[in-house]
Design a protein around this ligand. Structure first.
Ligand code: FAD
Length: 386
């Protein structure tokens, strides 16, 4: 098969890129081994994402947003972040002049909506249930070998195959990795008290605990904890885990009841040395991983997809969509955003991971200070909203 663009990896970033390329007139193939999970009939998906305004507008333009199950989306209208003394900082959509600070969407909801949009897309070949097993780059095209024995020739290959990307290694692109020694433990709960569309986050000596609102009185937890503590959380029974979360969150939402099994994700910071090489572009988690404490990994990935689609749409008289000049334009357009987000999430991680008394005083004082300065808060909200 011959196409202009072959995207390897149909996760949220690869899938949305395929959709964003629809108006460019380019022929596209999307290779993804997994079939999208159905939405759970009861309860919620274990994986949920906090998406900012940029991501929402991008999904709207891609006509994916319109296909999400609306009753499964939860708005975040308030955000409360607590230090490990009584310090806190609060953000409000109302006071920021916006309808919501973020939206919480289940991964299965997003993948189902993507799949239904993509299956109707002209100029797109969906290769689901198939894996890319090797790749070769020549001067005028790249060749991908697939697990069904077939091959794809493409002017441009996009690696969207996730943090452990085989394509990135095949292309010889190095990575800088910093292991955090932490695991992100996720689970969903029913809460006794209404969350009132509020996202909570506690910076504790036992890690960073976030409770994100889900429809009804439900919340989704992300507890970024040192590996040993994460093992305790994962080994706990449903009742024990609910009790641990209740205690760590000072009973803010009353009694909690587990409604899903817990799962753990090792956390690390990763940055690919380059976003491009001849006839290859990296997007999403293939290009960068950031700490989930700011909930920005997928937001960054959507911004990559949007940037690459914009460069390819504006290619003008350039007939080769894998041309180095286009790829360089894409890489340049992402540099500042990626650096800024890494610096913010890493800075927060360093500040809040330390138990040195001086550092604890500094961060708690910082939260109180920032909470009193309205322009600073507005700036933080603007940055988070995208
Ligand atoms: C605990 C936790 C909480 C998070 N919360 C948030 C949040 O609130 N907001 C946010 O913005 N981000 C969040 N993130 C980050 C977010 O999960 C990732 O940034 C996002 O999933 C990346 O999407 P992706 O499409 O780049 O990669 P992936 O979702 O990893 O998709 C990669 C795809 O490639 C496919 N693939 C792999 N190998 C091959 C192959 N050989 N051939 C073909 N296909 C292949 C895989 O099957 C997969 O579907 C969180 C992360 C963690 C760990």
């Amino acid at each position: 098969m011959n196409v202009d663009v072959a995207i390897v990896g149909g996760g949220p970033v690869g899938g949305s890129l395929a959709r964003a390329l629809a108006p460019t007139g380019l022929s596209v193939a999307l290779v993804e081994p997994k079939v999208p999970r159905p939405l759970p009939a009861t309860g919620f998906d274990q994986r949920v994402y906090a998406l900012n305004g940029h991501s929402r507008r991008f999904l709207e333009r891609c006509e994916v947003w319109q296909r999400l199950s609306p009753q499964r989306i939860a708005p975040v209208r308030e955000m409360r972040v607590f230090g490990d003394d009584a310090s806190k900082i609060e953000f409000s959509a109302y006071r920021s002049g916006v309808s919501e600070l973020a939206v919480i969407v289940e991964e299965a909801n997003l993948q189902q909506a993507l799949q239904s949009t993509l299956s109707a897309q002209a100029n797109l070949t969906l290769l689901t249930g198939i894996e890319c097993v090797s790749a070769r780059w020549d001067e005028s095209f790249a060749t991908l070998s697939l697990s069904d024995g077939k091959q794809i020739e493409a002017r441009l290959v996009v690696a969207a195959d996730g943090a452990e990307s085989a394509l990135r290694s095949l292309a010889g692109i190095a990575t800088r990795i910093q292991e955090y020694g932490q695991t992100g433990v996720v689970a969903n709960f029913r809460a006794e008290r209404a969350h009132r569309d509020t996202a909570y986050q506690w910076f504790l000596s036992k890690g960073v605990l976030a409770l994100l609102p889900l429809p009804g009185n439900h919340v989704s937890m992300v507890w970024s904890a040192a590996d040993a503590h994460a093992q305790d959380l994962l080994a706990a029974t449903a009742e024990e885990l609910a009790k641990m979360v209740e205690q760590a969150s000072s009973g803010t939402l009353g009694r909690l009841q587990s409604i899903s099994a817990a799962a753990g994700f090792p956390l690390r910071r990763m940055r690919a040395a380059r976003l491009i090489s001849p006839r290859l572009a990296l997007v999403g988690d293939t290009a960068h991983n950031v700490h989930p404490l700011a909930g920005q990994g997928l937001n960054l990935g959507f911004a990559d997809a949007q940037a690459l689609a914009a460069v390819l749409a504006a290619r003008g008289l350039e007939s080769d969509c894998g041309a180095v000049s286009l790829l360089r334009r894409f890489e340049r357009s992402r540099g500042e955003d990626l650096l800024a987000m890494e610096a913010v999430t890493d800075g927060l991680h360093v500040l809040f991971d330390s138990n040195l008394p001086g550092m604890r005083r500094l961060r708690n004082a910082g939260l109180r200070f920032a909470n009193r300065i309205s322009p600073l808060k507005r700036l933080l909200v603007k940055r988070a909203l995208g």
